[in-house]
Design a binder for this molecule. Structure first.
Ligand code: GUN
Length: 230
């Protein structure tokens, strides 16, 4: 939350953090969201996920006014994205498309595999890649032939949250690898005792990939940039 607030301040965007009690009731949460819906100072609302277990995430996201839904998580905006209408696009997927376009990486006709089927990354990036005319496969924890799928892919997007899950040797020569994972692994040699790594075996994969995003520093900063853009 701190980095989002800092980025807003830097861009001259007024931001307000509403810090809610972790034991808040569903009713009170909806009430807080409705207050922001009708607050004229506020154009965009982001409900930080995940919510505590006792809360209904779908109902809470649906309470956000679709016109202020800068995460693009309201069912109306999710539906608009799927049928190809202009709408709020979820920030991480929007950032991924922005990276591909800024580096002039062609998407049309390419085989893309998306590893992970979350509502935040996997499903929306698959919709966006499809919109850009890629042939998209969505893989997930029950997928049986992941190495083969990755080996056949020109674009690999991994968003599963498991360190080094995607092996470097699976990457096709010249493929483009977008690593959305942010995983903490023990590292006694680091001052903090841990370090952040992606889902992909970076060293091995970078020998084969034409482009690969690092972790930290690749997709992460783009997410905040796209939040501000929304
Ligand atoms: N938690 C992890 N990623 C996100 C995101 O993009 N938006 C929100 N609201 N919560 C998240």
């Amino acid at each position: 939350m701190a980095s989002k607030k800092k980025a807003c301040a830097k861009a001259g965007i007024f931001s307000l953090e509403v810090d809610l009690d972790k034991d808040i009731t569903q009713e009170k949460l909806i009430e807080e969201i409705k207050k922001l819906n009708s607050d004229n100072r506020i154009n965009g609302i982001l409900l930080q996920l995940p919510l505590p277990k006792h809360l209904d995430e779908h109902a809470a996201l649906e309470a956000i006014s679709p016109e202020k839904d800068v995460d693009g998580f309201h069912p109306i905006n999710v539906g608009k994205l799927y049928i190809g209408l202009d709408t709020f696009v979820p920030c991480t997927p929007k950032g991924i498309i922005e990276i591909l376009k800024r580096y002039n990486i062609s998407i049309s006709g390419k085989n893309a595999v998306v590893v992970g089927r979350s509502n935040i990354v996997g499903k929306p990036i698959a919709a966006l890649l499809m919109k850009e005319n890629a042939t998209v496969t969505i893989a997930h924890s029950k997928t049986q032939n992941l190495p083969e799928l990755v080996k056949n892919s020109d674009i690999v997007v991994s968003a599963i949250g498991k360190p080094y899950f995607i092996k470097g040797e699976w990457i096709k020569e010249g493929a483009v690898v977008i690593d959305v994972g942010i995983n903490s692994v023990d590292d006694p040699s680091s001052p903090k005792g841990y370090r952040l790594v992606g889902d992909v075996e970076f060293e091995e994969a970078s020998k084969r990939a034409s482009y690969i995003t690092p972790v930290p520093g690749g997709v992460g900063p783009m997410t905040i940039a796209m939040l501000l853009s929304n």
